[in-house]
Design a protein around this ligand. Structure first.
Ligand code: FAQ
Length: 328
């Protein structure tokens, strides 16, 4: 595996001297749209930015299984249950590819999981909100996967090869998730008054948190400038947020639902849907660990990790048995 020899990249490698001209050659490769691969020279800050971003993304996929997993036993039909199980399983798979992509940068999956369980790692703010009704499963697919795709399609062109390649498959699956979420919303919106009210209520609760998924405004974003220069990100947080609003508002109107934003209006001059002010205090509060479900999510992850101990032990014992057999 090409990760060998890369494990345990040290935090302090940021201080290591760069070979003469290496930085300029690296930037020239980026500017020429070449992919950077694990064994290529890269600035320590580039490596660390990617580890931060990919690991936060992996944690988001894994924690993101919890709010939806909550509804598997209560899905309204066998067809809905099968689709939801498959979706939650897909998110677990995305976490796996992403941890593997992060490992190519010299950090082990165990280390990253430990950081998550210790409460030291970030994951997407969106997964700290509760799923109160079945309509929330529709809203997550439509809005959360919709926002995730808007953010992740450009990541398929990320300058770091393993992340870009992982994102191609992930985006295909996320787009399927988005459609099944929209279809749940459409069914509810065309259903009884009570079902339509459930869909409306879910939109009201998930709309603003979905806009927060894109991160702080460009003026507040600490990492965007460097990530855009390195072509890790291709668009700024605000640009992607606007693209998402422009794509999603007509879909909501097609559903016959009302967005919880009195300032939302179409601006013919710019061709964009203009939206009201985001409550950044709420965003900061969720990031600080005080969202509605932060504690519950971490407790559930810790319990799942403990409950899975025997599976990890069995997998290791099996691998060791195969290794010994091959060596004999
Ligand atoms: N939540 O300087 P920036 C999904 C942090 S996957 C929490 O703008 P950057 C699939 C940020 O980390 C969803 N923290 O940072 C699914 C930084 O903190 P740090 C996840 C956030 O990296 C669907 C600080 O604020 N997707 O949903 C958030 O340039 C359904 C300053 O921010 C990804 O991870 C947030 N929303 O831009 C699963 C995609 N926003 O590290 C299940 C890859 C910002 O300095 C069900 N990541 N922060 O301590 C990205 O594109 C970027 O990392 C951004 C943030 C856009 C999230």
């Amino acid at each position: 595996m090409y990760t060998q020899g890369l494990l345990h990249a040290k935090e302090d490698d940021r201080a290591a001297p760069e070979p003469a001209g290496a930085l300029a050659r690296f930037q020239a490769r980026i500017d020429a749209e070449e992919k950077i691969e694990p064994n290529d020279w890269m600035p320590a800050a580039y490596r660390h930015t990617l580890i931060r971003m990919i690991s936060q993304h992996a944690h988001s996929e894994i924690v993101g299984m919890l709010p939806e997993g909550n509804w598997i036993t209560r899905a309204p039909s066998l067809r809905r249950k099968a689709a939801l199980i498959a979706k939650v399983q897909d998110e677990g798979g995305h976490g796996l590819y992403l941890y593997a992509a992060a490992e190519t940068l010299g950090v082990s999956r165990e280390e990253l999981v430990e950081q998550l369980l210790a409460g030291k790692a970030k994951y997407s703010s969106i997964f700290n909100y509760p799923t109160l009704t079945w309509a929330d499963i529709g809203a997550i697919g439509w809005l959360v996967d919709g926002a995730a795709i808007m953010n992740q399609i450009p990541l398929c062109r990320c300058s770091y090869g393993p992340y870009a390649r992982a994102m191609i498959r992930i985006c295909k699956e996320e787009s399927f998730h988005q459609r099944q979420g929209f279809e749940i919303m459409l069914t509810l919106a065309r259903g009884t008054d009570e079902q339509k009210a459930m869909a409306q209520d879910a939109l009201e609760r998930w709309w603003w948190p979905s806009l927060m998924m894109f991160g702080p405004s460009d003026a507040q974003s600490q990492h965007s400038d460097a990530s855009l220069r390195w072509k890790i990100k291709r668009f700024s947080n605000d640009e992607l947020r606007q693209k998402f609003v422009d794509a999603t508002v007509p879909q909501g109107h097609f559903l016959g639902l009302t967005f919880p934003d009195p300032d939302l209006r179409y601006d013919a001059a710019s061709g964009h849907w203009l939206f009201g002010a985001i409550d950044w205090a709420e965003f900061r509060n969720v990031l600080a660990g005080n969202g509605p479900c932060n504690r519950q999510r971490l407790e559930q992850r810790r319990k799942a990790h403990e409950d899975g101990e025997w599976v990890r032990a069995a997998a290791l014992a099996y691998a060791e048995k195969r290794r010994a057999r091959a060596a004999a």
